[in-house]
Write a protein that binds this ligand. Structure first.
Ligand code: ADP
Length: 625
């Protein structure tokens, strides 16, 4: 016989949200289940009829089920049970369950009505969790009713009680104002009142007082809460005790003030800068050291004052100190306001940042070492000069021992011959020996003259006495006299100038110049090659050019050519004192002129002498003797 025999009970069976399952009370076998029950279990009626009631509930339900099945006195369980109904998908539903026992046709039926309360349970669990979280939060949490005048507190957590010393029963119903005591004139209060009036959130720091009167610094975070209609209903407040932080900051500010006072009272420049080169502090020594007001430099870049050549080293040291934390010293130049550079020696180390959680700062203590640097430079120059003088002395001694030996040997030999065999020598031979002696003496004399000339010109004792000189004629005569000695005419002379062209020149100095330059060109080139000597006028310059196709001057020797007694290594046995070019250069400079040259080893050399033609351009070096 069908269990749901009439239409009304069958309709009721399917109506509503509840799941209904009918089972045999004795065997527990499932007989009927409505659609809701089938969905709840994830099984169709046919599948459910294969199971017993116990099969679709969690194990811990067994005893409740047995009680319900055997309880002959009651027809239904008094209280709704809460238990899980097993679902095939694994997502079990938490249900509120009630049993009804019905006698039908001599057998007992058990009707289970189950209501799915999973969502409700989960939501309340979540709320519980939040409540626990709020209650156990170490800071203070409070909720004020925004719809009542004076915003009375309706909730405070344990943190609030601990922070303020007030219990919930003492605080609830009161405005939070009681925490300020009589201390009403606070900057933060204005901000707070304004935010509350506008229903906005805010963060303020307030001086608040505990129940025992103790001061604490309260960082108060206020957030408004609105209902679904958008109406402002509550304010949630979060109170954080920042007393320690404020106290530390005060201490830091005080020690900072002392630090600045100290830093400003010493001569050394003290700066403090961030890792990205922002000056956070500059002591007043900046004014005396760099001519800049400390306040004008603070807040700007430190590096902008560092000499461009020292920036890399400075950046390297900054990086190293920040990375290792070890102090380091550096010497560098800082720009003074007047554009000059000041040498400083700077010791840099790390200090703690002023603000909580900020980065450490680089402290530089810098001493002006410009004077020390100058003294070092003077010593370096003096040593360099001494080294040069020593070198000149060595070269002089070597020159004298080489260049004086030949004429002296020649004199010695000729005088010995004349003394021992004079009577037996022919007049001709005697004359040759006398000439030998004379030319050797002349050569030695010339060498001494050259040495003296360099000495005199260095001390400014060489006279510059220009007279109008017909330059073509002068050059021809000079060449003739040189070729007379050499008796191998190979100077190829050319001039763009008129034979009557005259220039104010010092003939004596000109001799020094051209005898040396032409002499060198002849001396350092093979006799087969001509030496070209030309004159031209270019604008306001009188230009002489002497070029040869000789041994040339090695690159390394070229920059030292004008040093006294200096000779290039490729001269071989060619005689020379290393003085000719110094003499020529000094003589040219006395004319206000310039000497240039170009040379390639093994190819040849060209010397160019440039004289200014207008007297205004000529040197006015005054003779001193
Ligand atoms: P020196 O008496 O040695 O010739 P100088 O002062 O006249 O001294 O020249 C210095 C050096 O310059 C020479 O020793 C030589 O090495 C080099 N020098 C000068 N002129 C020439 C030139 N025309 N060709 C090659 N080398 C030259």
């Amino acid at each position: 016989m069908p269990i749901l025999s009439n239409l009304s009970s069958a309709t009721l069976f399917e109506l509503g949200k509840d799941a209904i399952i009918i089972a045999d009370a004795d065997s527990g076998k499932i007989l009927e289940a409505n659609n809701n029950a089938q969905q709840l279990c994830g099984l169709d009626l046919h599948q459910l009829r294969q199971l017993k009631l116990a099969d679709i509930h969690r194990d811990d339900f067994q005893s409740a089920l047995e009680a319900a099945a055997s309880d002959e006195d009651s027809i239904e369980t008094e209280e709704a049970l809460v238990c899980e109904i097993l679902n095939q998908s694994g997502f079990n539903a938490i249900c509120e369950i009630q049993f009804h026992r019905v006698e039908q046709d001599g057998r007992t039926l058990l009707i289970e009505i189950a209501r799915d309360i999973t969502e409700r349970v989960r939501a309340s669990e979540e709320i519980n969790l939040r409540n626990v979280a709020i209650a156990s939060f170490a800071g203070g949490v409070s909720i004020a009713d925004a719809r009542q005048p004076d915003l009375p507190l309706i909730y405070i957590n344990r943190g609030f009680e601990e922070l303020t010393g007030y219990k919930a029963k003492e605080a609830i119903g009161r405005s939070c104002r009681f925490l300020q005591g009589a201390d009403r004139n606070q900057e933060g209060l204005k901000v707070l009142r304004d935010a509350l009036k506008k229903g906005e959130s805010c963060v303020v720091r307030l001086r608040n007082y505990r129940k025992d009167g103790g001061l604490f610094h309260n960082e108060l975070h206020i957030s408004p809460v609105h209902n679904e209609q958008g109406e402002l209903t509550h304010f949630v407040g979060l109170q954080i005790d920042v007393t320690e932080r404020v106290r530390n900051r005060d201490l830091l500010t005080r020690s900072e003030r002392r630090y600045r006072l100290l830093a400003d009272s010493i001569e050394d420049l003290i700066t403090r800068r961030t890792r990205d080169d922002q000056l956070e502090f500059v002591s007043s020594a900046a004014e005396t050291m760099l001519g800049i007001q400390a306040g004008d430099w603070a807040g700007r870049s430190y590096m902008e004052r560092v000499h461009p050549d020292d920036r890399e080293a400075c950046a390297d040291q900054t990086r190293r100190v920040f990375e290792t934390g070890d102090p380091a010293t550096i010497r560098l130049r800082l720009r003074h306001e007047d554009g000059s550079y000041v040498w400083i020696e700077s010791t840099e180390s790390l200090s703690e940042a002023l603000e909580d959680g900020g980065e450490p700062l680089l402290v530089s203590v810098s001493r002006d070492i410009t004077r020390q640097k100058q003294a070092e430079e003077e010593i370096r120059q003096a040593l360099e000069k001494e080294r040069e003088l020593n070198e000149i002395k060595t070269r002089f001694i070597s020159m004298v021992s080489h260049e004086f030996r030949t004429p002296m040997t020649s004199i010695k030999a000729s005088t010995a011959l004349l003394r021992d065999f004079g009577e037996r020598l022919s007049e001709d031979k005697k004359t040759r020996h006398h000439n030998n002696i004379t030319s050797a003496l002349k050569r030695m004399n010339q060498m001494l003259d050259d040495v003296l000339f360099v000495g005199r010109s260095e001390s400014g004792h060489v006279r510059f006495a220009p007279i109008p000189l017909k330059i073509n004629a002068y050059c021809r005569e000079l060449i003739e006299s040189m070729e007379f000695i050499d008796d191998n005419p190979r100077i190829d002379f050319s001039s763009d100038l008129d034979d009557n062209a005259e220039f104010p020149l010092d003939e004596n100095l000109l001799n020094h110049i051209f005898q040396n330059l032409l002499g060198n060109a002849l001396k350092y080139s093979a006799t087969a090659f001509p030496v070209r000597f030309s004159i031209r006028k270019d604008g306001s310059e009188l230009i002489f050019e002497i070029s040869d196709q000789g041994i040339g001057i090695p690159k390394a020797a070229q920059k030292r050519l004008f040093e006294a007694f200096y000779r290039a290594e490729n001269v071989g046995v060619t005689q020379g004192t290393g003085l000719g070019l110094s003499i020529a250069l000094r003589s040219i400079e006395l004319h206000g002129g310039k000497l240039e040259f170009s040379s390639e080893e093994g190819i040849g050399t060209t010397f160019v002498v440039r004289f200014p033609t207008s007297p205004a351009n000529t040197s006015t070096t005054e003779p001193q003797s």
